[in-house]
Design a protein around this ligand. Structure first.
Ligand SMILES: *Cc1c(COP(=O)(O)O)cnc(C)c1O
Length: 402
């Protein structure tokens, strides 16, 4: 199956002419380009599909390019951050600190102090974190807002990457939450809400629906003994995007329909509690491309290799080394040759001295020449910032919001 034929529909805004213009603007290959209108369209689709009042958060780690974060500040309701640097990035957009959530299993005292001082709610993931936050509140003379990140006691069906429902470093086991809630009351902290993160990159709507419904049931149960309803429940996200041949887009409509039903139940059971959905790749992933150039072609053992000036130091995920178990090819297009009928079987590799540095393994592509652009689609999330940029010391890619 050809990567090109199977996935060429994904970024119809890329043509050979666009690419030459983009490359001129970047001043070099390789570069990442993120489409402003594609990101905005994604947010509009979510607003049109999810129940009114759903708080849409962006998970900054998916793509922390400042221009992207700034763009999203204008169209989402808040940010989820996982380091002091991401927190600063979010606050620099002018968003209110209460609209930022600081999660992560390992928060240093220094990072916690910054968050408490800034008034950013801390998504507490252990007894130690709770103790530190309480102490910092006394020290700084403020009443910190916290949310409890719960490691759910359920494990939804077929999520791509599970991050809950079993032993793990993320969040506090549901069974330990009642004791933590007692500590919140004893320490005179403000419970801003709950955070449930059950997984990532899920393309199966029934799994997402099940996870959301189980999250609501679990949090309702945990809230039974509380004086008031929590300010928010962050239901996680998990909305996936198709990367590989044969994968189909998430049925967002089905998720939206189910959300309308449980949203009504939430308003009944916990009046005043807001529902938050946090998304990373679903907002930016499909809006981005990574572009490098063929700088050599060679034959070895009867196989054709296209060598590019890019690679895993810019785009680890496309090389298959960012958590994939079975290596599969990201969608790759030779945009200047989409009308060519001369195809060849080849592998597209990066410029690093390691066999791990593969962009596309054993695919059918139009016959490429030195100088051709290689476009990797679905590259707007977990690209540059998730890659070992220092490895071998080649220059970094340019990033552009266009
Ligand atoms: C990474 C992360 C996300 C975003 O995941 P995507 O798959 O990019 O949507 C959301 N929430 C938490 C807690 C995360 O760690």
């Amino acid at each position: 199956m050809t990567a090109q034929a199977d996935n060429a529909h994904v970024a119809p805004w890329i043509s050979g002419t666009d690419l030459r213009r983009l490359a001129a603007r970047a001043g070099q290959t390789p570069f990442f380009a993120y489409g402003r209108s594609a990101i905005e369209a994604r947010v509009r689709l979510l607003r049109d599909t999810l129940p009114a009042g759903t708080q849409l958060h962006y998970s900054v780690k998916a793509n922390p390019m400042p221009a992207v974060v700034q763009l999203l500040a204008g169209c989402v309701d808040g940010f989820d951050v996982a380091s002091a640097a991401e927190m600063a990035l979010a606050l620099d957009t002018g968003v209110s600190p209460q609209q930022v959530g600081f999660a992560g299993p390992g928060k240093s005292l220094q990072d916690l102090r910054r968050a408490v001082a800034a008034g950013v709610p801390i998504h507490v993931e252990s007894v130690t974190q709770l103790r530190h936050v309480a102490a910092l509140g006394w020290e700084l003379g403020v009443r910190p807002g916290i949310a409890i990140r719960v490691n759910p006691d359920f494990s939804p069906g077929r999520s791509g990457m599970r991050m809950g429902g079993s032993a793990g470093p993320f969040g506090v086991d549901a069974a330990q939450v009642p004791a933590l809630l007692d500590a919140v009351v004893a320490q005179d902290l403000t419970l801003a809400g709950f955070h449930v993160f059950w997984g990532s990159q899920c393309l199966h709507a029934p799994t997402i629906i099940e996870a959301q419904e189980q999250s609501l049931a679990m949090i309702t149960r945990l809230c039974a003994g509380l004086a008031g309803a929590p300010g928010f429940i962050n239901f996680g996200g998990g909305f996936g995007i198709p990367y590989f041949p044969g994968e189909r887009a998430l049925d967002l409509h089905a998720v939206g329909t189910a959300m309308h039903a449980w949203h009504a139940r939430l308003r009944e059971q916990l009046p005043g509690t807001q529902a938050v959905i946090e998304l990373g790749r679903y907002l930016t992933g499909e809006a981005g491309i990574y572009v490098c150039r063929v700088i050599d072609r060679k034959i070895s053992g009867g196989q054709t290799f296209l060598v590019t000036d890019g690679g895993m130091h810019h785009h680890l995920a496309a090389s298959g080394n960012f958590g994939q178990v079975l290596r599969r090819n990201y969608p790759v297009v030779l945009a200047q040759r989409t009308h060519s009928h001369r195809l060849e079987r080849c592998s597209v590799v990066g410029c690093l001295c390691t066999p791990l540095d593969r962009i596309a393994h054993d695919v059918m592509l139009p016959v490429a020449e030195i100088g051709d652009f290689v476009v990797v689609l679905q590259s707007g999330a977990y690209g540059r910032s998730a890659s070992p940029g220092d490895f071998l010391g080649h220059p970094p890619p340019v990033e552009m919001l266009v």
